[in-house]
Structures are given as C-alpha cells and as structure tokens.
Ligand binder design. Structure first.
Ligand SMILES: Cc1cc2nc3c(=O)[nH]c(=O)nc-3n(C[C@H](O)[C@H](O)[C@H](O)COP(=O)(O)O)c2cc1C
Length: 173
C-alpha cells in the first residue's frame, strides 16, 4: 500500500512537509506539493519555486511529487521538461481545484467541462518524448456539477498511460 500526503494550497508548504516527515519518518511514501502555477511564457511563480528547490526538500528520505496547474499542452510539456531537469521523476496535474478564478480560466476542475478538449490536450502531451522520461499523473474530481460527468471523463483518462489517476470523489460544486 502507498500512503500519499495530499496537497493543500498555502498549508502543506515545504516547511510543513519537512516537519511532518521529521516527526512521522516512515509514515508517508510520497508528498505532493500544492499546485505550482505554470505561466504561458514558460515560467513558474517565484513563490512556487521555493516548493521545489532541493535545499527546501532535503529531509532524509523525503519523496516529493510536484503538482502543476496548467491547461495547455505546450505549458505542460515545458513544465515536465523543467521539473525533470530539476531532478523530479513524476509530475501531477491538478484537475480538481474548485476556486472560481481558477475554474473561469478553464484550469483545475474547470478542465473537466470539455472531455473532448481534454482528449486533444493529452494526445499532444503524450505525443511528446518527455513523457518517456518522466511520469505524468493527474488528480481529478468527478466533474463540475454532476458525478455522472465522469462517465465521459474516465474513458479519456483511460486512453493515456498516466502513472496514476487520483480521484477526489466530489464534484466541483
Ligand atoms: C485549503 C485546501 C487546499 C487544497 N489545495 C489543494 C491543492 O493545491 N491541490 C490539490 O490537488 N488538492 C488540494 N486540496 C484538496 C486536498 O488535497 C484533498 O484532496 C481534499 O481536501 C480531501 O477531500 P475533502 O476536503 O473534500 O474531504 C486542497 C484542500 C483544501 C481544504
């Protein structure tokens, strides 16, 4: 069994994760960072960079999976390459954030409103050779307002070799 530490924006920051790992030692197999915002011009917010710097994640034996927030294949491919070059071996995509300003930009759970667009997006991402070098996983909700939306989302996710699909079994609302 794998025990994962869920991300919480503004709460489970590197100091929290390090303190948790120091106290509970072997209790957690992997810690997810809260989402790092990926910008269109290929950069990560300065505040978010602190979450992935090696010196902030150097507790003995701590395993970190950075989570990203992006909805564009080019941005995701860039982020996979950037984080791979920084030594990470898996990246998780946030498809669950319910916050209005995020959803209105079709990010987080806002990505779930159009499964056909998701299909096009993941086809492009998995067509890039970077996905052979680094694992790519998603954390998703069941849908925006109705859990039956997942009946159209799951077949799309099943088409692609995600290293894992984490389901937060609620809808956005
Ligand atoms: C304040 C807060 C911030 C969160 N931030 C993130 C986040 O950055 N990324 C993410 O995938 N989930 C985030 N979550 C969701 C949690 O990781 C977790 O999946 C969720 O809280 C568990 O389900 P529940 O709170 O609906 O019972 C956040 C949740 C809370 C309460």
């Amino acid at each position: 069994m794998r025990t994962s530490f869920a991300p919480m924006e503004g709460i489970t920051l590197y100091c929290y994760r390090n303190a948790h790992h120091r106290i509970f030692e072997e209790g957690i197999d992997v810690y997810y960072t809260p989402f790092l915002s990926i910008y269109k011009h290929h950069s990560i917010k300065k505040r978010d960079i602190r979450e992935i710097l090696p010196e902030n994640n150097s507790e003995q034996g701590i395993r970190i999976i950075p989570q990203i927030m992006a909805n564009d294949a080019d941005e995701i491919i860039w982020a996979l390459g950037e984080l791979h070059s920084r030594g990470y071996d898996e990246i998780n995509l946030n498809m669950g954030c319910p916050v209005g300003t995020v959803v209105s930009k079709h990010k987080g759970s806002g990505m779930l409103e159009d499964p056909e667009r998701l299909d096009v997006l993941f086809a492009e991402v998995f067509n890039d050779k970077i996905t052979r070098d680094i694992k790519f996983s998603v954390k998703t909700r069941l849908g925006l307002v109705n859990p039956h939306e997942f009946e159209d989302i799951l077949p799309v996710l099943n088409k692609y070799p995600f290293s894992s699909v984490i389901i937060h079994p609620r809808v956005r609302t």
